[in-house]
Design a protein around this ligand. Structure first.
Ligand code: ATR
Length: 277
């Protein structure tokens, strides 16, 4: 019997994770099964324990359960600790170990696939919800020249910055919280949209001038051209959606479970075809 993995969420039928992990298994020659679990909103814990007791080896966790998974994990590793969210569970001899690979996925997509180093760059992160918490520490580890977190509800950006200021190992002098209006006159080399605005065909009210010459505008949403992406492109920025981040976070999960790092190019190409077809 192959080792058993799955993605758990609600909804979960749209998840591309089974296709991505099937491609990783193919390129690495690993024999695994990978399914989908739709958990009731109040039934996450029960679904996890059932999967574990049936011999499951690992899970990817998607919305709305990442925070609950963090609480459920008996041990939390690496970036999951500060993120307060877990997107990968390893089930090891009855123990539930939590990881967060979202931020690693973002940084790998930026630096390896898009060839945009973060080090020394002026970075604007829009949004102060779970998606932003998940990527903060890996972004800080890259030592950007400055990191501004902007949010519609300013208090949430202030709380997020305060939370990560406690991580003593990073040079944090350049990390600040701002409202969108307060971005007037500021320019950034990398502008990341971690808000859910694009899902409702809206965008954060950023000034037109935020894109420095040659800036990258990155939207964590994939399979959708968001108003932010259109806005950025019309103002001369290079634009990327979050498809590469999705594949790279999955690659890190695969590595945690299997000890083998899959080559991601073929999965990215496969997924681009799937979502455009
Ligand atoms: P997630 O876990 O995906 O980050 P979330 O915790 O609900 O989801 O956070 C959504 C983020 O998108 C928040 O930063 C939210 O801003 P507020 O904190 O002010 O609510 C942001 N967001 C959602 N719709 C938005 C819009 N139309 N314009 C600007 N920001 C928006």
């Amino acid at each position: 019997m192959p080792d058993k993995y799955a993605v758990i969420g609600n909804p979960v039928e749209h998840s591309q994770s089974p296709a991505i992990h099937a491609e990783f298994a193919r390129v690495t020659g690993q024999d695994i099964s990978y399914g989908r679990i739709l958990a009731p909103r109040d039934g996450f814990r029960a679904a996890i324990l059932k999967f574990r007791d049936e011999g499951g080896n690992g899970l990817n966790v998607t919305l709305p359960f990442k925070h609950e998974a963090w609480h459920l994990a008996g041990t939390r590793h690496g970036f999951a600790l500060a993120a307060g969210a877990v997107n990968t569970l390893a089930l090891q001899g009855g123990e539930i170990v939590g990881h967060n690979t979202d931020g690693i996925g973002l940084v790998r997509d930026l630096t390896r696939n898009l060839r945009v180093p973060v080090r020394g760059k002026r970075v604007l992160l829009m949004g102060a919800g779970g998606a932003s918490y998940g990527v903060m520490e890996p972004l800080l580890r890259e030592q950007p020249g400055g990191l501004v977190v902007a949010n519609r509800t300013l208090e949430k950006a202030i709380a997020l910055v305060g939370h990560f200021e406690k991580l003593q190992q990073y040079a944090l002098q350049g990390i600040t919280a701002r409202s969108y209006e307060a971005l007037a006159g500021a320019q950034f080399d990398i502008v990341i949209n971690a808000t859910s605005a694009g899902l409702e065909d809206a965008m954060p009210p950023i000034p037109e001038s935020v894109f420095a010459p040659g800036a990258l505008a990155y939207d964590m949403v994939y399979a959708k051209r968001t108003p932010f992406m259109k806005f950025a492109q019309e103002r001369g920025a290079r634009v990327s959606d979050g498809l590469g981040m999705l594949v790279e976070q999955a690659a890190e999960s695969f590595f945690i479970w299997r000890g083998v790092y899959p080559e991601t190019r073929s999965a990215i190409a496969m997924l681009k075809k799937r979502v455009s077809g």
